[in-house]
Design a protein. Structure first.
Length: 569
């Protein structure tokens, strides 16, 4: 081996690797090696060595600058740098064969870090707080000088391989080479899309991309600032069993919609795969279609401690293996689920437990109160309930002031509220109700005790404000609202008035009491509100010009256009 040079960054092997030749019996003449080459058993143990022996197995040392200079190859190695070899830009790259530059296509330049070869394109999203971040040390296969450039130095600066956030915002960091050489080489594209969040305080979530911030900072507090549509995006849930969410997520009355996930082999799936002592509140999810493995929930896969409140899932299909539900598939460690509902949802467990609100409770138990489920639930073999599938481990469980509105419940063991299995002493099922029209698929209900709740006297009670306020004790002043006799309760929004608002009296509207409602005669089309005498908004209606009959209003005293009206049966 003669007139040759090693330009590798690492040479690794178990049996004393060398920089030029491994076998001591090979004759070496006039050969060299980069001084920066590391040799050893592995990357961690590899070291640089010093050698001046041009006939030795490690060759003689040369610097990186020498390896990029044509004179070294022409004068020291005696290479033909006129007709065979060429350095496209002297001092900036290793030599290539001259014919390579005669081709129309550029010379492909790969990248590696250590001994790891990088893919054809590198695009990564970095979520940074105010701490510096060290990027990988990329090395070019052609010896090109590589540098990284930030397109917004007001947000992120870069020095050598270190990114330093300086302000909240976004910046794109891209790799570049020496000017003048780009027309000869095509380098692997490297792009880092950086998002910098505040060092402390609540982090605002505005886009689908922003959601991924939570994966990187699962201990922080977040607030949603608008609705987010996940349709046509790849989204695989947030956090993990090993790295659960422990902060606070305030949906702020907004919704996340259109999420589709389909992989029955992936267990513990949900918007939040696992929460541990976290708080999730004021969030809606709609149009969700999930197919996962065990512990699959639309909102949370596993809820260990903490609290879920004022959250709902609607018009969604959730399928999994064992333990499948809309709100939190598996609950434990005393987690509280309060003032939540799932409406028009289909829940399917391919194997065992399924529930509308939760599928199964584990060690430490849970409390579920002021919740309802409306939809269908199916389990192939296991326990099924509109509120909870099964108390599956030791731990006190309280289910209180909840309501089953399911169309059908199908499974091996069916209950309208939930099943305590052989843990009846740990179950506290208090003041729960069920409509009488829920169909038990596969036979009748397995009991007539608290696991099925109390039958409503009339299914119409499920649409009655009085039932929810007086019987279940739900808060209709600050949390819930209902269009009397027209639907089930939903949450109040920011736009809903609390109590009567000051309104201008509308001219030329005559208001009359009729049986079971109110009649109004308007001179033009106009929007008008109907208030109960306690200031609660009962209904907001658009009047047409002429006579309008507003029916389905419970008997009582109302205020319309500053006129008191008594509605009778």
């Amino acid at each position: 081996v003669k007139n040759s040079v090693n330009l590798a960054s690492y040479i690794l092997g178990a049996d004393s690797p060398k920089r030029v030749v491994g076998d001591g019996g090979i004759k070496v003449e006039n050969s060299y090696s980069l001084l920066s080459t590391r040799i050893g058993k592995n990357v961690v143990e590899a070291v640089t060595i010093i050698s001046e022996d041009v006939i030795g197995q490690d060759g003689a040392d040369i610097s990186l600058q020498q390896a990029r200079t044509a004179s070294f190859y022409a004068e020291t190695l005696k290479w033909d740098m006129e007709s065979t070899w060429i350095i496209p830009l002297d001092g900036e790259s290793y030599p290539v064969l001259k014919w390579q530059l005669e081709r129309e296509s550029k010379i492909q330049t790969g990248l590696y870090v250590g001994i790891e070869v990088q893919p054809a394109q590198i695009t990564e999203r970095l979520y940074l707080s105010m701490d510096s971040y060290v990027l990988p040390q990329f090395i070019s296969t052609n010896g090109l000088t590589l540098s990284l450039l930030s397109d917004n130095t007001k947000v992120v600066t870069i020095e050598e391989q270190t990114l330093t956030p300086v302000a909240i915002g976004s910046s794109v960091v891209a790799m570049e080479t020496v000017k003048g050489i780009d027309d000869r080489f095509e380098i692997t594209p490297v792009t880092y899309i950086c998002k910098v969040i505040p060092a402390e305080g609540v982090v605002e979530i505005t886009t689908a991309d922003d959601l991924l911030t939570i994966d990187n900072f699962p201990t922080r507090d977040y607030v949603l600032t608008n609705d987010i549509d996940l349709a046509n995006t790849t989204f695989n849930g947030l956090c993990s069993e090993e790295n659960p969410f422990t902060g606070t997520f305030d949906g702020n009355g907004y919704i996340i919609k259109g999420w589709n996930f389909n992989d029955s082999n992936v267990g513990t799936m949900g918007l939040f795969k696992r929460m541990d002592g976290a708080v999730i509140k004021n969030l809606g999810m709609t149009g969700v279609a999930i197919v996962g493995g065990d512990n699959t929930g639309a909102l949370v896969g596993i809820a260990d401690g903490g609290k879920i409140e004022r959250c709902y899932v609607s018009n969604s299909n959730i399928e999994g293996g064992d333990r499948v539900s809309a709100i939190a598939a598996r609950v434990s460690a005393g987690v509280i689920i309060e003032n939540c509902y799932a409406a028009q949802c289909t829940i399917k467990a391919r194997t065992h437990q399924a529930g509308g609100i939760s599928a199964a409770s584990f060690d430490g138990g849970a409390t579920i109160s002021n919740c309802y489920f409306d939809g269908t639930i199916t389990s192939q073999f296991g326990h099924v309930g509109a509120i909870l599938g099964l108390i599956d481990r030791d731990g006190e469980i309280t289910i209180q002031n909840c309501l089953n509105l399911a169309t059908s419940i199908a499974g091996g063991h069916r209950f309208r509220i939930g099943n305590w299995g052989n843990r009846a002493s740990m179950a506290h099922f208090i003041n729960n109700y069920s409509i009488g029209t829920t169909v038990s698929v596969g036979g009748g209900w397995e009991s007539t005790d608290d696991r099925n709740g109390t039958d409503l006297f009339d299914d119409a009670d499920a649409k009655s404000l009085e039932f929810y306020k007086e019987t279940l004790g739900w808060d209709f002043d600050k949390i819930w609202k209902i269009a009397e006799n027209e639907g089930y309760p939903v949450f109040r929004t920011k736009d809903d008035p609390v109590g009567m608002v000051t309104e201008k009296t509308l001219e030329n509207i005559a208001v009359y009491s009729i049986s079971g409602g109110i009649e109004m005669i308007a001179s033009q089309a106009v929007q008008i509100n109907i208030y109960a005498i306690d200031g609660r908004l009962v209904r907001s209606v658009m009047l047409n010009e002429g006579r309008n009959s507003i029916t389905g209003i419970a008997p009582g005293l109302y205020l319309v256009n500053r006129t008191k009206v008594i509605v009778t049966d």
